[in-house]
Design a protein around this ligand. Sequence first.
Ligand SMILES: [Zn+2]
Length: 85
Amino acid sequence: MRLKRLSPKQRIGTNQRNPSTKMAAPKRRTSKMKQRSRLAAQAWKAPKLGSCPKCGAAVPGHTACPHCGTYKTQSGAEVVVKKVD
Ligand SMILES: [Zn+2]
């Protein structure tokens, strides 16, 4: 199919590949770098773990230690949380 040349005014809101439709169409192909850096930002990353001040077990941030139940507050006070079954 031969495409008809459109003036810039006619081009607004039309798809260049199929001028009969009025759909949003990308102007340019996404470059490899653009695509890869976007996907790299979306990639899953392992949660960063701290260590329990009391027993040294790996603990995710803002969480009481699953091993001994200690939670260290910002003021340095240690709070021991008991598990409820
Ligand atoms: Zn602990």
